[in-house]
Design a protein around this ligand. Structure first.
Ligand SMILES: [Zn+2]
Length: 160
């Protein structure tokens, strides 16, 4: 396998991985969510093996298995990839800093997900108020908590 082919193949794998949406936010790519840490293509005995390194948003999140399956399916659909190996990396630790602008906008507009600022504060994605209180730690999944905006009285979700 020449270096040229391998570079093109890495780009194909990258595009395939980026086409996978998060199961919880079906309009948001896992690439935009900042889950994709590394993409390599190695020469395997039977053909190229794509190695995709992902970092979990939250270690107990049940969506992780679905994400790994979706990535494998998307990458092995490429004709030049023989096998796809998805690895959950122990680090770096995911934070909302890894979200792209696209992901931030979609999460706020379509899902009313509020992102914790660096100082720990919350801002309502609906009205922009800082008067958001996390009501309960029990959200729809362990990745999210439910909060309430005191200004516009909308329920919002907090991504941990
Ligand atoms: Zn509000």
């Amino acid at each position: 396998m020449s270096t040229l082919v391998s570079t093109a193949l890495v780009d194909q794998v990258r595009a395939a991985v980026a086409s996978v949406d998060d199961p919880e936010y079906p309009d948001v790519s896992i690439a935009d969510l900042g889950l994709v840490e590394s993409i390599d293509v190695e020469a395997g005995p039977d053909g190229p093996v794509a190695v995709v390194g992902l970092i979990p948003t939250f270690s107990g999140c049940p969506a992780l298995d679905m994400i790994a399956t979706d990535v494998e399916r998307a990458v092995t659909a490429l004709t030049d990839v023989h096998e796809c190996d998805v690895r959950w990396l122990p680090g770096p630790v995911w934070s909302t800093d890894r979200l792209t602008g696209t992901a931030r906008a979609t999460l706020a507009d379509d899902y009313t997900v509020v992102l914790r600022r660096k100082d720990g504060g919350l801002r309502c994605p609906v009205c922009g108020s800082d008067d958001v209180d996390v009501q309960s730690q029990a959200g729809p999944t362990r990745c999210r908590a439910v909060a309430w905006c005191a200004a516009c009285r909308n329920p919002v979700e907090v991504m941990r």
